[in-house]
Design a protein around this ligand. Structure first.
Ligand code: KIV
Length: 272
């Protein structure tokens, strides 16, 4: 008789809602491939974001703008094969939802159908509300994203902290409520003052997930390549680097090159 498969308690949007209500912080990390998704899922992260930051850290582009819907689908399919319990949220890439709500819904449906992911995320407030409502009404969970929205980098001109001025802070407060009203199950707040993030988090029933938005958000998200030190050039104040994979991997690869050159690898026990 085969051993019974271990019951896995899967994270859902309802789980996140409950965590907020119970004051339990939500952990979210990006992933873009099968192998790291396995590590992240196994280590107990609640939510994996297949972020369009793949455009930067996987493809080497300067911004998130070039990545396509097909490429996001490829990354999401790989991540889904590596997870057992995480909720997997996939970014709608630039150009796949801004023009109108019909195109936005078609993009969201492609992601859900072709990847098996559990939710999508998109950037912006009032400007994209029709798209959000249409996607939500088709039964697809949507996560919002306010503050620094990297797909609008050429409008902002910099990656500096957003909403420091009262006018922009007021728009963000209003947008957060509109997104909740439209049915978003959660909201990423990127690079805004901690005090504003606290106020917004307390004013909403849905959980906020911060990146550079301080400790009062209901959860935190980081780009995996930044927190593991795969990427070492990016060192904003909000980033805590837990490892220096770049250094460790470089040393290991140099060691391998030295072994090959010295005819030390392979040795007798490493051949047939
Ligand atoms: O694409 C991404 O990685 C993101 C996070 C920075 C929140 O949107």
């Amino acid at each position: 008789m085969s051993a019974a498969k271990k019951e896995v308690k899967k994270v859902t949007t309802n789980t996140l809602q409950r965590m907020k209500a119970n004051g339990e912080k939500i952990s979210m990390l990006t992933a873009y491939d099968f192998s790291f998704a396995r590590i992240i899922d196994g280590a107990g992260v609640d939510v994996i974001l297949v972020g369009d930051s793949a455009s930067n850290v996987m493809a080497g582009h300067e911004t998130t703008l070039p990545i396509t819907l097909d490429q996001m689908i490829y990354h999401a399919q790989s991540v889904i094969r590596g997870i057992d319990r995480c909720l997997v949220v996939v970014d709608l890439p630039f150009g796949s939802y801004q023009s109108n709500s019909e195109i936005a819904l078609a993009s969201a449906i492609r992601i859900m159908k072709e990847t098996g992911a559990h939710a999508i995320k998109l950037e912006g407030g009032e400007e994209v509300i029709d798209s959000i409502k249409r996607i939500v009404s088709a039964g697809v969970p949507v996560m919002g994203h306010l503050g620094l929205t990297p797909q609008s980098i050429y409008k902002f001109g910099t990656y500096n902290v957003r909403a420091k001025e009262e006018e922009e802070a007021n728009k963000l407060r209003k947008d957060a409520l509109i997104l909740q009203e439209a049915g978003c199950f959660g909201l990423v707040l990127e690079k805004i003052p901690a005090q504003l993030a606290k106020e917004v988090s307390e004013s909403l029933e849905i959980p906020t997930i911060g990146i550079g938005a301080g400790k009062h958000c209901d959860g935190q998200v980081l780009v995996m390549h930044d927190m593991l030190g795969i990427n070492t050039e990016f060192k904003p104040r909000f980033l805590r680097q837990y490892l220096n994979i770049f250094e460790q991997a470089s040393a290991a690869v140099k060691h391998y090159v030295d072994d090959v050159k010295a005819k030390d690898f392979p040795n007798d026990s490493e051949q047939y």
